[in-house]
Each structure stands twice: as C-alpha cells, then as structure tokens.
Design a binder for this molecule. Structure first.
Ligand code: FMN
Length: 327
C-alpha cells in the first residue's frame, strides 16, 4: 500500500465532493479526517432527528451517499481507492475508511459521475413528459454497484397503488403529528438565513404543496385522494431501494447505491428526488414491502424524470466545516 499525503488541491476535491451529498433534512451528518494518506468519513452522532429518524437509519443512508462521493472523487484524482465500510464495527462513528492502493486511471463513468455531483439536487416538482422507457430505467438501475442492495422500479397498477396507499396513510399520520411537524419546522430555514447556515431545508426548496411532489408532508401540504395520487404516480418513474438486512451496514450501502443511481440520472440530463418519510412508519413499510412481494427492507423511494424547469436548491456547508472536531 502506498503511503502518501493528500495535497491541498486533493483535500479540496475530496471535501467538496462530500459536502455536496444529499442528506436527510439536509443535516449533513458527516466529518472527514485525512490521516496518513487515508480518508476517514465519520457519522456525526450529535445530529439527530428523533421524530423523523428515531433509529438514525436515514443518517447512515446519508453517510453512504457521502461515501459514494468520496470514492468517486478519489478516482478522478487518478488514484486507485479501496473503501471499507464500518471498518471498526457497526457501532463505531467511522462509516468509511478509504485507502489508496496506488495510482489509477479514472473510468469515463467516474468523470461523468463526478461532474454530476455538483449538479445533483432534489427536484420536488412534477416532471416533464414523457415518462422514462423501460430501457432507460434498466440503464439507471445498472448504475448500482453494491452488495445486498436491490433497485426495484414500480411497474403496473398494483405497484403504483401500493405506493399511493403508503403515501396516503403516512401523509395523514404525519400531518397531524405535532412533534414531527415541530422538528420539520426547526430544520426548515428561511431562504436568506439558509445561505449563512448552510444546513437544513431551505424553504424555497420545498415549493410543492401536494403529493407526491412535495416530498415531505407539512401541516399545509394538500393530501390528494388515493386515486388522484395513484394517477400522478403512474405518470412518473419510481425506484425503490431495498436491502436484505436492516442494520447499519445495509443502510450505508443503500445510501451509496442511491447516490450512484442519482448521479447516473443527472449525467443523463434527468432529475430526481428521494423520499424516506413514509418508510419510517414500520407497519406501513411492512405492508408496502408485502404488496410489492419484496423479500427485502425498503430504505429509500426515488422519483426520477425529466426536468420541467429550474427549481430552487438547498445550500450546503463549506468544505472547511467538514474538518471541525466532534462536539
Ligand atoms: C436518507 C435521506 C432521506 C431523505 N428523505 C427525504 C424525504 O422524505 N422527503 C424529501 O423531500 N427529501 C428527502 N431527502 C432529500 C433531502 O432533503 C435533501 O437531500 C437535502 O435537503 C439536500 O438538498 P439537495 O438534495 O437538493 O442537495 C432525503 C435525503 C436522504 C439522503
């Protein structure tokens, strides 16, 4: 294994890739250390969402997305990285350790994915038609490379109705859950303040007020009836990311694959938005998996399609903030 130090330029490339990753409520729950020519990505246990994410599942999925960006960034630096997930065990804050095995040559796909990192953002608006073809969907699913993560497109009326049922039920429950709504409000930040904050959901990035586009049900979100919801969903492409296990390693892996597919969509000129909110209601999650005959745990839902225009984005932390010591 080659011992080397990261140059200032390389450090910047790695850090910028990580801070651009998607995260639950845009909490950006990660920290980076670069000792002895390695990169260590830590999950910040001080950032919690007790109502939305009581088991920290989404936080680990978010770290998986950041780990995917880290690996891609190392490749475009012409390095041959090796990534270990949870190398100190499932309870450690160390999510990923990346070592450099020597010089490498980035694959064309790495370069495409890398440029997509900065262009990716959540698209909480209806898409422009037409819907993606089954070949396009298969191409996207082929972007996934990770053990134990299944990418399952929703196909046909029964699948669509299963999702409409899930969103309809979860929407009604969460809209009236005051603790949940308070937490969401705390993490939703006025646009002008969000620029200095760099974390949290910018209110402008939540333009839609109806499902499925809204992505997060708030007090004022309209809940269309199930038939309308099913009709809207039938016009979109939805992918379900599911894992055979439901532990922390599975969550990190799901996040990596989610990000690979999302970047694959962006490099094809597509846009996407993910949703985990309804999957935190365990009964509803189980019923959804049963109706889809999924012998796996659904972790993330992703809508993907063609952009119908520009949408406002949420800001991200400055790269230097990644290196702050744990609080
Ligand atoms: C694990 C995870 C769960 C998420 N869940 C939701 C969700 O339920 N609804 C939603 O609208 N967005 C969800 N998001 C998207 C984040 O809110 C978004 O990534 C973040 O605000 C940063 O914005 P950006 O994606 O535009 O960079 C989720 C993202 C991740 C990684």
């Amino acid at each position: 294994m080659t011992k080397r130090e990261w140059s200032a330029g390389e450090t910047d490339v790695l850090a910028r890739a990580i801070v651009r990753a998607p995260s639950v409520h845009n909490i950006q729950p990660w920290r980076l250390e670069l000792p002895d020519g390695e990169a260590k990505l830590f999950e910040r246990a001080d950032l919690t969402l007790p109502h939305h994410d009581p088991d920290d599942r989404d936080r680990s999925i978010s770290c998986g997305a950041a780990a995917a960006n880290l690996e891609i960034a190392a490749r475009v630096l012409s390095l041959r990285p090796r990534l270990w997930l949870l190398p100190d065990g499932p309870d450690s804050d160390l999510v990923a350790r990346l070592s450099v095995e020597g010089p490498g040559r980035p694959h064309e796909n790495d370069l495409h994915r890398y440029t997509a990192i900065a262009r990716r953002h959540s698209y909480r608006q209806p898409f422009a038609g037409p819907k993606l073809s089954s070949e396009d969907v298969a191409d996207l699913a082929a972007e996934a490379s990770g053990d134990d993560v299944h990418v399952r497109p929703l196909v046909g009326d029964e699948d669509v109705d299963a999702l409409a049922e899930l969103l309809d039920y979860a929407g009604a429950v969460l809209k009236n859950d005051q603790g949940y709504q308070r937490e969401l409000a705390i993490w939703t930040i006025r646009d002008e303040r969000s620029r200095s904050h760099g974390v949290g959901l910018a209110s402008g990035a939540l333009p839609s007020t109806s499902l499925p586009w809204a992505g997060l049900v708030r007090v004022r979100t309209a809940l269309p009836d199930r038939a309308v919801l099913a009709r809207r969903l039938a016009e979109e492409t939805v992918l379900v990311f599911a894992t055979g296990e439901d532990g922390r390693l599975a969550h990190v892996r799901a996040g990596m694959v989610m990000q690979q597919v999302w970047l694959g969509a962006v490099r094809r000129g597509l846009v996407a938005a993910v949703q985990t909110q309804p999957l935190h209601l365990s009964e509803a999650r189980r019923r959804f998996a049963d109706r889809l005959s999924l012998d796996a745990y659904p972790q993330v839902l992703m809508r993907v399609g063609r952009p119908s225009g520009e949408v406002p984005t949420s800001p991200h932390r400055r790269p230097s903030e990644l290196f702050a010591p744990p609080e």
